[in-house]
Design a protein. Structure first.
Length: 163
């Protein structure tokens, strides 16, 4: 059995129509790959295996090529993310101002390590190289909301706002 066929068999009925809606908006050419993956990432908050297989079949590309693109770019995730994605900046300005302590505090409060999602699916904790707000360092971004000039003692209060 080919991977695409296996993936197609295991997808739930409610996901397949949404994937098809995305695919039919795009030309069946390799140049559509990034646009399809971006739209799927936005729709599902990650790229389910089904998206990889269906996209490969739609574009006539090998599954490994679609997978390679999906794993190359940090904007794509192959694992489900939480309702709230927490990104702690680890760029130089934030790092020297204490971002490692911010990550440690968030890990302690949430009971997860960076790159993980809480069991209830509420929070995903990530570290990123830069969020472009160096003057506010250390900075934490939660679903696009910037929190700057952070100290360890502020983290619990900020996270409570998202509970």
């Amino acid at each position: 059995m080919r991977l695409v066929e296996h993936v197609a068999e295991t997808v739930s009925a409610d996901i397949r129509p949404r994937i098809r809606e995305i695919l039919v908006k795009h030309e069946r050419i390799g140049e559509s790959l990034l646009a399809i993956l971006q739209e799927a990432q936005e729709t599902f908050s990650y790229l389910p295996d089904t998206v990889i297989g269906e996209t490969a079949a739609w574009l006539g590309l090998p599954v490994h090529q679609v997978y390679s693109v999906a794993t190359f770019y940090n904007a794509f995730s192959l694992k489900p993310k939480g309702k709230y994605v927490i990104q702690v900046c680890m760029g130089t300005a934030c790092h020297v101002r204490g971002s490692p302590a911010i990550v440690e505090e968030a890990e302690t409060i949430l009971g997860i390590s960076r790159g993980e999602t809480t069991k209830d699916g509420k929070f995903t904790l990530e570290t990123v190289n830069c969020v472009g707000a160096c003057a506010l360092g250390p900075v934490m971004v939660i679903n696009g909301d910037y929190h700057g000039h952070l100290t360890r003692s502020q983290i619990a209060g900020i996270l409570e706002k998202y509970s």
